[in-house]
Write a protein that binds this ligand. Sequence first.
Ligand code: PEP
Ligand code: MG
Length: 848
Amino acid sequence: MATPQQLQLLAPLSGVLMPLDQVPDPVFSTRVIGDGLCIDPTSQTLSAPLAGVISNVQASGHAISITDDNGVQVLMHIGLDTVNLAGKGFTRLVEEGQRVEAGQALIEFDADYIALHARSLLTLMLVVSGEPFTWLSPETGMVEGGQPLVSLHCVERIADEPAPEEGEALFSKPVTLANPNGLHARPAAVFAQAAKGFSASIYLHKQQESANAKSLVAIMALQTAFGDTVQVSAAGQDAEKAIDTLEALLTSGCGETVSVSVSVSVSAPVEALEPSSSKVLRGVCASPGSTFGQVVQIAEQRLEVSEPGRGAQVEREQLARALAQADLALQLLRNKATGDAQAEIFKAHQELLEDPSLLDQADALISEGKSAAFAWRAATEATAALFKGLGSALLAERAADLADVGQRVLMLILGVQDQAIELPEGAILIADQLTPSQTAGLDTRKVLGFATVGGGATSHVAILARAAGLPAICGLPAQVLALRNGSLVLLDADKGELHLDPELAAIEQLRVDRQRQEQRHQHVLAHAMQAACTRDGHHVEVTANIASLGEAEQAMTLGGEGVGLLRSEFLYLDRNHAPSHEEQARTYSAVASALGPSRSLVVRTLDVGGDKPLAYVPMASETNPFLGMRGIRLCLERPQLLRDQFKAILACAGLARLHIMLPMVTQLSELRLARQLLEEEALALGLDELPKLGIMIEVPAAALMADLFAPEVDFFSIGTNDLTQYTLAMDRDHPRLAAQADSFHPSVLRLIASTVKAAHAHGKWVGVCGAMASETLAVPLLLGLGVDELSVSVPLIPAIKAAVREVDLVDCQAIAQQVLGLDSAEQVREALRLYHEATVDNSLILEN
Ligand code: PEP
Ligand code: MG
């Protein structure tokens, strides 16, 4: 039962009342957030229109909501697009959760600053909980702060209504928010509105916090930011549909224009400008490879525009025409695009053409008497500057997109033709930034590579260069822009170097190297099926790292002698419920059958958690996910997950030589407990022989205690990726530490050496399945340290087998001992390079 009540809302500000329909922002004028009113303020303190609890105050201070004891919820939003001010101009006087009286001051704001820096000062007061209201004063005209404005018709809610039967909650995949300001009022309103369309009960989760997805205020209270990872859960009849729809909505930005991917790249620091006499300029590799060619400078045309317009009507029409033409041109480029990556870029550009904020800004300037060209340029430049100033590498790249679209439309407004770039053969294009539009129009048959000052490894020029298989360097010093057209340069993208006026000998060397690489590639492919035996007859097993049945099959055709690491995560990730026993058992059995009974299959149990969360295993957020609930730790905390996996793996016993491997083991107790669970599952299945059980050595603790682990395992496999990360205390994915986080560091090598020694003392074999095993340079070193198996990336199997066949074990042992005593990874690499040059290249010639 409900009893109607009256509640008066006071004016939160002094100012001029304005009908909501006239607010130039559809998210407010269409009332998706709720009905209410708008005030153009003349005072600078926002006060409470009702008594209640502060249910949300945005960190940036531009929006606040109050919930009273009957559940009435009122949101106040100061200004339009003020979220972009990131808190500047606002002083919060209250805290979330605080009880306030009607009329109490909530936020002070600097009206001048906001009027100058945001789109508008218009302030909204909206009844989010949906109660109808009647006006107590005229709906337009001046109001005084604190004056009663409207009367709400409330109904007292009855608590504790029985919740409908909902069943188990489903979870979406984690979505990384690409909205520049997270889910602030506008996207939150769109999201809540969409959620209300489903009967399921739906929650939005950010780390350990959750919000009712149908409540705008609750979503805003999550205080999400750009780059936050969120998940949707739903329980009820239409839960699955709700998850699909809302996940897609979050990914697409909830009505805001966002970039498709949000992986934030931090480009490596560019070294200080070299003296002008320097013959090598350094940047970062954006697309691998090397080439030699002539400089072609690509500069953007700076267009002159006149500020005054010829009347708003004429200018508006001109802008609309140019936007339509630009859209058409981009559609043509999209249709002609070579691959999805390029097509996505032009699609994003088309979306920018429709961006309401850009269009509103341009339109406002046209209304003030400016020309279409002036208005459009001012709007795009202001937004691009805002993006650049937010300190995110990703947004800085979106600023480059905006500049590109801006220029395209500007040229159409002014009727300026694109200056066709006549390319000579063998061109290396040099530019401050190469825009997608510039690269799309180029004859790539004549382009050999790219070198730019701006951009990073995730910039569009990098994406396009990789798609076209052309080498590219970004982040070069601006000095590169002074190079003469036609001058000769050698672009070594692998090293991030641009060599100016290279010696003829260097050019010749590049040509010879390329030819030799190709020759070698053909050679190793032709011998892929031969065993990997050193010249002095020592056999090393070369197996594959795989994550699918397809890779298992491919590995066999490329000479793989088994599978040294099946990363089972692929069965568990990107889905909203755990794989069934049947699905798991079918997959493991299919992989095992592809290998056959004489080959080894090492299945690694689930290695997720922290950095790779599972949608259906909700976990508390962690400050250091790499040091948190990962791998075996997570599985032992949820033993049923591990038992189910063991049971499914055991289903393929007999189809291949089955091995089970535990990831991230740190304590002996973890190994013992996992073994006990495995034995229980095997017993329950009536198996009398257990598969081999081993552990990964990827935590220094395990390497240092290998002598204690060895008696209790059947084998070790060294995960050099994690072992390096934990030994050197360097995040394995850190873009700026990439060069230093090197598995060739002598400390890592010493841990490998002692692990092998401990294992062999107990008659156990040791593999290496980290990326180091896939490096040809590491082969003599790992063999010399006594490693028995190299588990490598599938396409590299033939090359690693060939590298084994080219060395003598006794030499490897000598070089391994030598490098263990060196100071640094660079020294180790250099010593191995010298050894490689002295032996391996000759051996290929000898074999031929
Ligand atoms: C490793 O850490 O070296 C390893 C092989 O495991 P992953 O790369 O899957 O963490
Ligand atoms: Mg690992």
